[in-house]
Design a protein around this ligand. Structure first.
Ligand SMILES: Nc1nc2c(c(=O)[nH]1)N[C@H]1C(S)=C(S)[C@@H](COP(=O)(O)OP(=O)(O)OC[C@H]3O[C@@H](n4cnc5c(=O)[nH]c(N)nc54)[C@H](O)[C@@H]3O)O[C@H]1N2
Ligand SMILES: Nc1nc2c(c(=O)[nH]1)N[C@H]1C(S)=C(S)[C@@H](COP(=O)(O)OP(=O)(O)OC[C@H]3O[C@@H](n4cnc5c(=O)[nH]c(N)nc54)[C@H](O)[C@@H]3O)O[C@H]1N2
Ligand SMILES: [Mo]
Length: 768
């Protein structure tokens, strides 16, 4: 019996995998990981399990009637076909759509996390392929932090580079006195990092800070968002009201003359305009602690005490990404920038601000910035780009106009949707609306490993390998390792690599040489490795010969020689090290944003009272606020079918956390199955009672595979518990157009009927 140990790189960790006769026998953590994630255990039963897509498949109606049958999407059985038949169909449609609608009619945004591995990265492969074919409509920004990505360039600088500049944990351990965590510091989220997470260090560092006496303050509707610190204080804020709290903290600092006048004068612009708004000179309402108390549910004294603590200590204020995945999410980030500017600790060793410690394993890691080899991207000849979360709007409103970060844009007329490496039926809000939108284009092509809801809602489904079935290189910036991802098992069923599929399509479409550059995957790995040498050298990393790396299997890079302090240069000399904002300084008032003339973004951190009024009137019918957070037992929808995720379910349904008071008034008890519903849809969930959640708020994880009771009925009950059936599909604001996944109100009742069987993990019905 053949048995081999090799390394597998996943977004949630690197594992030693043992295989036996094409199956995964054991998955063990690597020795250098301080706090390995359990999620890897799900590989054992999933990779060769029943949910795998084993052959190319075409929806029955599509095979018979082509694009005219689009209403059947998601309702009809599939026909398994040969690769040749499937690829000919894809090539035919691509050619026809291009001829009739031009390349703009192809939507290749294909957002999603796909798998780790620098070469077999599904989106990169798809994008290179579509660029070779003449281009495609793309998407911009992320579901994670679009509102932040759009507002920060105006006021502090682009977010992505800032994420990489965060103060190292080792520095915080030495100098920080108070750590304020807006949205907590959940260990569960730091399990993952895009591309690799070799060493999970958050728990180690939190314990270190704790042992040094750092005060932790968790600002969140959920207490266990900071469960790693047993004695953290908990300010149980109402969801969506953080901006009001932050404004009141600014107001208190000014009213009590506790703000840093010198820092404000030397490092910011627009203070007077912001101050006059805070004092109520603009709208007649001063943003006092009393004012915010009525909005946030905290007491005025708690807010005043907090302002005094912040200004009296070396304070780090961290805002998690979740806070800006909401209506007006931009303002929470802006208000955090303003508050920390007033405190004047930005750029100090233990204080200042941060966006997303603990959101992934990245922020604060004292590891080499070198990101590893890269697939050359190429140029897209179509310039049309939509904000990523406006997917359904685009499909529903071809030609429709919308505002985006100061620009007037229009939606293209999409005829073909091509997805590889993401799951819109996981990530997009208001799934019933998405299903309607998803039936508009003529053709939907999906490359998938597993029979997800997105695959079941496609016309042409092409089975792809997992990273265990191909050779690749695993690395990510600030992860500090490079791993040879050698193939563990042969491809499952007839699965092919995304790259192989695109090579075959490019052949049929006449640009094989351009796309493949004549290289096999292994030749690409070596080429990409060699191309990365200069970037490695720039960071004092000397890469060994490729063959040696491949043989060795693992490189660990030296840690940076000097500890990193976020914005230290700018603090020291704002003239020599200006920010990438129009003024080079922190913009408490932005002339650029003000010039957009958006009532919801007047140009300074702003509280929109209208939204809360709307929510209050909705609350009469939908009294509970549903938070949909990242899952502990999987990555988004990935490996929901695996043993780790399935073990967390309650009677097979996704757990929902609820306060006992909210449960008692509805005759709900621990383990009850409930129907969670609002004007957009209904789902089933299994209840877990906890006093760690604010009454009036319930929490579910994202990622349960959407599982409609009857897919032919619009708005059918989701038997399994995907919260995106309930969330609102609406841009954060005209500025960021990010998703507002956190803004959602629901009612809950006990489910009295027999429990419908979970079918999410079954393949679809196949017919001849
Ligand atoms: N309500 C609510 N919704 C949310 C969020 C929230 O907080 N609340 N969070 C949002 C956020 S931040 C994000 S990032 C998104 C995440 O949304 P996604 O990134 O779309 O979710 P994943 O489940 O990771 O989907 C990846 C898919 O790619 C497939 N895949 C993996 N490897 C490969 C490969 O090599 N090739 C191909 N072709 N396919 C592959 C997997 O099987 C899986 O189905 O969700 C967003 N949605
Ligand atoms: N295990 C695991 N880890 C992950 C992921 C995963 O799928 N699985 N996904 C990764 C991805 S793609 C991303 S973008 C990051 C996202 O990282 P985050 O956006 O930080 O993650 P969330 O879990 O959505 O939110 C964190 C906490 O914010 C709190 N919260 C929600 N709304 C509010 C509010 O209005 N005010 C306050 N103060 N708190 C609020 C919730 O209680 C929640 O537990 O996570 C990453 N980490
Ligand atoms: Mo994300």
């Amino acid at each position: 019996m053949k048995s081999e140990h090799q390394l597998a790189v996943m977004h949630w960790g690197t594992y030693q995998v043992t295989t036996r006769e094409g199956n995964i026998a054991a998955v063990e953590p690597v020795a250098w990981d301080r706090n390995p994630s359990r999620i890897g255990q799900s590989l054992t039963d999933s990779v060769t399990g029943a949910s795998r897509i084993r052959r190319p498949a075409v929806r029955q109606g599509y095979l018979q009637h082509g694009p005219a049958s689009r209403e059947g999407r998601g309702k009809e059985p599939f026909v398994e076909v040969s690769w040749e038949v499937a690829l000919n169909l894809v090539a035919r449609e691509l050619k026809s759509v291009k001829a009739q609608g031009g390349n703009e009619a192809i939507f290749g945004g294909s957002y999603g996390w796909a798998s780790a591995g620098r070469f077999h990265h599904a989106q990169s492969q798809l994008h290179r392929f579509l660029k070779g074919f003449g281009g495609y409509t793309a998407s911009t920004n992320t579901y994670s932090s679009a509102a932040g990505e759009r507002v920060l360039p105006h006021i502090l600088g682009p977010l992505s580079p800032l994420h990489h500049q965060h103060t190292h944990w080792s520095v915080l351990a030495e100098y920080c006195q108070c750590f304020v965590a807006i949205g907590g510091l959940p260990l569960r989220n730091a399990q993952v990092n895009g591309g690799a997470a070799n060493d999970h260090a958050l728990k180690y560092w939190l314990e270190k800070l704790h042992s040094r006496g750092v005060e932790f303050i968790n600002i969140s509707p959920v207490k266990n968002d900071l469960s790693a610190i047993s004695d953290a204080s908990w300010l149980a804020i109402k969801p969506g009201t953080d901006t009001a709290l932050l404004l009141a903290l600014c107001h208190t600092l000014i009213a009590e003359d506790r703000y840093d006048r010198a820092f404000v004068a030397s490092h910011t612009v627009g203070f007077e305009t912001f101050k006059s708004y805070l004092l109520g000179e603009v709208d007649g309402s001063a943003k006092t602690a009393q004012w915010a108390a009525a909005i946030t549910g905290l007491s005025a004294q708690q807010i005043i005490d907090l302002a005094r603590t912040l200004s009296g200590k070396r304070t780090m204020i961290n805002i998690s990404w979740s806070i800006q995945r909401a209506r007006q999410g931009e303002q929470a980030y802006w208000a955090t920038v303003a508050l920390t500017a007033l405190l004047g600790q930005i750029g100090t060793a233990g204080g200042g601000l941060a966006f997303g410690y603990a959101c992934t394993n990245l922020a604060g890691a004292d590891r080499a910035a070198f990101s590893g080899p890269r697939l050359p991207a190429g140029k897209n000849q179509v310039s049309t780009v939509i904000p990523v979360a406006r997917l359904a709007d685009m499909l529903l409103n071809p030609g429709g106009e919308y505002q985006f970060d100061g620009q007037q844009c229009h939606y293209p007329d999409i005829r073909l949707v091509y997805w590889a490496g993401g799951n819109a039926f996981h990530h997009h809000q208001d799934i019933n609306r998405l299903i309607d939108a998803w039936r508009r284009p003529e053709t939907v092509v999906v490359h998938e490993q597993y029979w997800t809801a997105q695959a079941k809602h496609a016309d042409i489904v092409l089975p792809v390998t997992t990273s265990l079935e191909r050779n690749d290189i695993g690395s990510a910036s600030h992860d500090g390792f490079m791993i040879a991802m050698r193939q563990h098992i042969p491809p499952v069923g007839e699965a092919r690599d995304d790259y192989a599929i695109f090579c075959q399509l490019a052949q049929k479409l006449g640009f094989y040489d351009k796309f493949s550059e004549g290289r096999s995957p292994e030749q690409w790995l070596e080429q990409m490795y060699e191309d990365a040498r200069p970037r490695a050298a720039a960071e004092n990393i000397e890469l060994p010969a490729f063959a040696d790396f491949w043989q060795q299997g693992k490189l660990e890079f030296n840690r940076p020689a000097t500890p990193q302090i976020f914005l230290a240069d700018f603090r020291a000399d704002p003239q020599r090290f200006p920010l990438a904002t129009p003024s080079g300084k922190i913009e408490l008032f932005s002339q650029t944003v003000a010039s957009f003339d958006y009532a919801e973004c007047p140009g300074y951190p702003y509280w929109d009272a209208g939204i809360q009024q709307q929510q209050q009137s909705l609350a009469r019918q939908w009294p509970l606020h549903l938070l949909s957070s990242q899952p502990r037992t999987r990555l988004h929808s990935q490996y929901d079918q695996g043993s780790v995720s399935r073990a967390s379910k309650i009677h097979g349904r996704e757990p929902l956390w609820m306060h006992p008071n909210d449960a008692a008034s509805r005759s709900i008890t621990e383990g009850s199955i409930v129907r969670v519903f609002n004007q957009r849809g209904a789902i089933l969930a299994g209840v877990h009672l906890s006093t760690d959640i604010l009454p009036g708020v319930v929490q579910m994880s994202t990622g349960a595979w959407y599982d409609p009771l009857d897919p032919t009925v619009p708005g059918s009950l989701d038997k399994h518990g995907n919260p995106n059936v309930l969330t609102e599909d609406r841009g954060s604001s005209r500025l960021g157009q990010g998703c507002s996944a956190q803004t959602c109100q629901v009612e809950i009742e006990r489910w009295q009927q027999p429990l419908p069987e979970i079918t999410a993990f079954n393949p679809p019905l196949f017919v001849e």
